[in-house]
Design a protein around this ligand. Structure first.
Ligand code: 5GP
Length: 178
């Protein structure tokens, strides 16, 4: 259970998430039938989504991880993103799906998409569990979206607040802080 002090409210229950992840897996299977897919997980928030998605997929898969940090996070975000942990292997000629926890302003994914596209994958797609369209500042081509959510700060299912709450199986909304 989450700590009482933060007044968390359930936004998406684990059963709802499981069902949607299953649907996304079916969609990916249809799109990549008989092919190998190289999943690029953006650390750390997307790790739980990736783990559940992978176990649903009946496809040939590989996994790699990338970590980024952005300068001036939040409302003052400059859009400058720095890779703090790069992929282990080249993605040239591969079917790549970037796996992200949440698409907010779009600055992170917009940057990462361009960086990875320049490495000449065969195909490059994006899977985001959550999408907050109201906050978008940069367009990102998203192919697989779990849930569109309102402009609330969420935690759980891999998403954190100062490294807390990633382990919660459901997704919770926090009262407005902005
Ligand atoms: P963007 O560059 O799209 O603004 O930022 C995406 C990143 O911001 C996500 O990968 C995540 O780390 C963080 N983020 C954005 N919204 C939320 C949220 O509601 N909750 C949490 N825990 N992180 C968020």
């Amino acid at each position: 259970m989450p700590a009482k002090k933060d007044k968390l409210k359930v936004l998406l229950r684990r059963t709802t998430i499981r069902q949607r992840v299953r649907q996304l897996a079916r969609q990916i299977e249809r799109d990549f039938k008989g092919q190998r897919v190289y999943f690029v997980c953006i650390l750390k928030g997307a790790c739980i989504f990736l783990a559940d998605l992978l176990r649903e997929l009946r496809l040939d898969t590989s996994v790699d991880f990338i970590a980024v940090s952005s300068y001036g996070k939040g409302a003052a975000s400059s859009g400058e993103v720095r890779i703090t942990k790069d992929l282990d292997h080249s993605i040239e000629g591969l079917n790549v799906i970037i796996v992200e926890d949440i698409l907010d302003t779009g600055l992170t994914l917009n940057y990462l998409y361009r960086i990875l596209q320049a490495r000449k994958p065969r195909t490059l797609k994006v899977a985001a569990l959550l999408d907050k369209p109201a906050r978008r500042r940069k367009e990102v081509p998203v192919d697989y979206v779990g849930f569109k959510i309102p402009d609330v700060f969420v935690v759980g299912y891999g998403l954190d607040l100062a490294e807390q709450y990633r382990n919660l199986p459901d997704i919770y909304a926090l009262p407005a802080r902005r």
